[in-house]
Design a protein around this ligand. Structure first.
Ligand SMILES: *[C@@H]1O[C@H](CO)[C@@H](O)[C@H](O)[C@H]1NC(C)=O
Ligand SMILES: *[C@@H]1O[C@H](CO)[C@@H](O)[C@H](O)[C@H]1NC(C)=O
Length: 456
């Protein structure tokens, strides 16, 4: 057995084989001593070219080109499968846009509160030339969550259409996040990028970014007007918006960030967070990455970012990975405004008959690659066209299909827990203490797992 199971060894003398084995063992021991699988994953990166556009259909940024971490597999225990949550929040009725009144109402109502079901109304306005959509909680806000869309999207995705936001689109995952934010009694402020062509964020450079300064200036005006300057601030960004929040944390003092389905080249996360004008500096905020199982390249890059945030910033950082789920009537009815159980079942039947779902209800193909097929079959679902354009990046159903496929889409699942985690880090002050410990002691702490929550 020994001879046949190790054919290549047979070609070498026993002495050479023993030396080789010793070398391997030494290497392994060294690696274990270093003990950081994230660091290891980063170093082992193959540098293989990856079809970035395919992986990131609406998040392909120049930043990708300089990222070089593509190890073949994710290191260590990935989190257990996420199960779709049961029907939890009763969705509010949709708010058809009262187009004629919209402008007037926006002027007259100003920052007043208009409730729509359990979700307070969204207010769209321009602040220093930046489009924002604000949703205030029922009472005085305890914190603010700044929201950053992905490419081809905008702030109006984050609220239902109403007289105070006639152009609002009300995409299901976005609105579900806003619902969680306001339920926590936080205010939600969604920003639009300055680029109105591809609608990506200018988040490739720290110093020249048009969007970083635009957002900072708009926020300063808004926070002063609303008296929100002293409130804790969190930021959640999707895809290109995730690059934005990772960079924003270096230029704006935030209490926690949630980058979804995207990372930055780790070297961009090494600088001291500071305000170049006032010279004030602060610690990098607690960071909670969320990404998806079918996007292995992003999983690798997130590992590298986690390593950089841990070792260079000493900040709290963790991650959550979402797995594929079946497309069910319950999922569609729970999340999409205007879809009930019967219409949800009709959508599932239509997708099945087109051969897009397997026997257990999972998609068999990336919905971004099968647009014409799901569009055609869904056109036949009675009543659906009235509430869903069936246009990619604008259609509520297509957003849920992308979520079910689990490659590259905004994630509302667990955002409430994620915000709680960030709030706990802020309240116990650990976020602020960590960066101040001496580098050698920090190394020891990090080695014991302090500063890094276990993967969930
Ligand atoms: C939400 O607002 C719209 C108009 O703004 C209204 O038609 C609709 O009935 C409201 N829904 C609820 C649940 O209040
Ligand atoms: C359907 O696809 C999912 C995800 O790929 C897989 O886990 C499941 O086993 C498939 N079901 C059947 C019946 O093939």
């Amino acid at each position: 057995m020994p001879g046949s199971s190790c054919n290549p060894c047979g070609q070498y003398s026993p002495g050479a084989a023993a030396a080789f084995a010793l070398l391997c063992a030494l290497l392994l021991v060294t690696v274990q001593m270093l003990g950081d699988r994230n660091w290891l994953a980063a170093k082992i990166g193959s540098g293989a070219a990856v079809d970035k556009l395919k992986l990131h259909p609406h998040g392909a940024m120049a930043a990708f080109g300089v990222q070089d971490v593509h190890a073949a597999s994710h290191w260590g225990g990935l989190p257990a499968a996420e199960t779709p949550e049961g029907a939890r929040s009763a969705a509010a009725a949709p708010a058809p846009a009262a187009a004629g009144l919209a402008g007037l109402a926006e002027k007259l109502l100003g920052p007043a509160k208009v409730m729509n079901g359990s979700l307070p109304a969204a207010f769209r306005e321009d602040v220093k030339g930046v489009e924002v959509v604000i949703t205030r909680p029922h009472g005085e806000p305890k914190a603010v969550v700044l929201l950053f869309h992905g490419c081809q999207h905008s702030a109006v995705d984050w609220g239902y259409p109403s007289p105070t936001c006639s152009s609002c689109l009300g995409l299901p995952e976005e609105v579900r996040i806003v619902r969680m934010v306001t339920k926590a009694e936080y205010a939600a402020v969604a920003f639009s990028s300055t680029d109105k062509q591809n609608r990506c964020w200018d988040a490739q450079w720290l110093e020249q970014s048009v969007d970083l300064s635009a957002v900072r200036e708009a926020w300063a005006v808004l926070a002063a007007r609303e008296n929100w300057e002293k409130l804790p601030k969190y930021a959640l960004g999707v895809s290109s918006g995730a690059s934005m929040v990772l960079l924003l944390a270096l230029r704006m003092q935030l209490d926690g960030i949630v980058p979804q389905i995207m990372s930055l080249p780790p070297h961009m996360l090494e600088g001291t967070p500071s305000d170049p004008v006032s010279g004030k500096s602060w610690g990098y905020p607690p960071t909670y990455f969320m990404h998806m199982a079918l996007d292995h390249a992003t999983a690798q890059r997130v590992s590298a970012d986690i390593a950089a945030i841990k070792s260079k910033q000493g900040a709290w950082v963790t991650e959550k990975l979402l797995r594929p789920r079946p497309v069910t009537a319950e999922l569609l009815a729970e999340r999409i405004e205007g879809v009930d159980a019967a219409m949800g079942a009709a959508i599932v039947r239509a997708l099945s008959s087109e051969g897009l779902l397997n026997a257990t209800g999972f998609l068999v193909e990336d919905p971004r690659q099968s647009v014409a097929r799901w569009q055609d079959t869904l056109k036949g679902v009675p009543g659906l066209k009235a509430i869903d354009s069936l246009q990619p990046e604008k259609s509520p159903v297509s957003e849920e299909l992308n979520l079910a496929w689990a490659r590259h889409e905004i994630i509302s699942d667990h955002v409430d827990e994620v915000l709680e985690w960030l709030d706990a880090r802020r309240r116990d002050g650990s976020a602020k203490l960590l960066p101040q410990v001496k580098p050698r002691r920090r190394q020891r702490l990090l080695g014991r797992g302090v500063g890094h929550e276990a993967m969930l």
